[in-house]
Design a protein around this ligand. Structure first.
Ligand SMILES: [Zn+2]
Ligand SMILES: [Zn+2]
Length: 137
């Protein structure tokens, strides 16, 4: 059985495959992820950049992170699906949006980032610091 991860955008213009296992899997709740996805968080996997092969044209939107690094968010110019991320601070790593996988069920998050920006309507209870008001879910 192959451990290759495969996926692509909504319209199919961009396809990718990754030959390595994710080094890190987590949900990012930062405002950039919320703004770019329209959801409460983006599920991302970090993989060695050298293991990621991309077919098709990807457009990158760059923004400055709080760390001073430039974060580039890669998306399909045809359908706008958000697929990749990379930081100037760690060029050996590439981020893949887990929901773009052909089989997103292989994603196993172990971390939540920027939970201070998590929205109260976000249903994932795993990062709640106070259980009281959300105790019933
Ligand atoms: Zn597309
Ligand atoms: Zn984020």
């Amino acid at each position: 059985m192959s451990s290759t991860l495969t996926g692509g955008c909504l319209c199919g213009a961009v396809r990718y495959e990754c030959s390595a296992r994710p080094l890190m899997s987590g949900n990012c709740h930062c405002r950039d992820c919320q703004k770019s996805s329209g959801g409460g968080f983006v599920a991302v996997m970090a993989v060695p950049a050298a293991s990621l092969k991309i077919e098709g044209q990807v457009k990158y939107f760059e923004s400055k992170a709080d760390s001073g690094n430039t974060f580039s968010c890669g998306f399909c110019p045809e359908c706008g699906a958000r697929l990749f991320g990379k930081s100037s601070g760690e060029p050996r790593l590439a981020m893949i949006a887990a929901a773009s996988l052909d089989d997103p069920s292989v994603y196993q998050p172990t971390l939540d980032f920027f939970t201070s920006h998590a929205q109260p309507w976000d249903p994932d209870p795993s990062y709640r610091l106070s259980g009281d008001e959300f105790g019933s879910i």
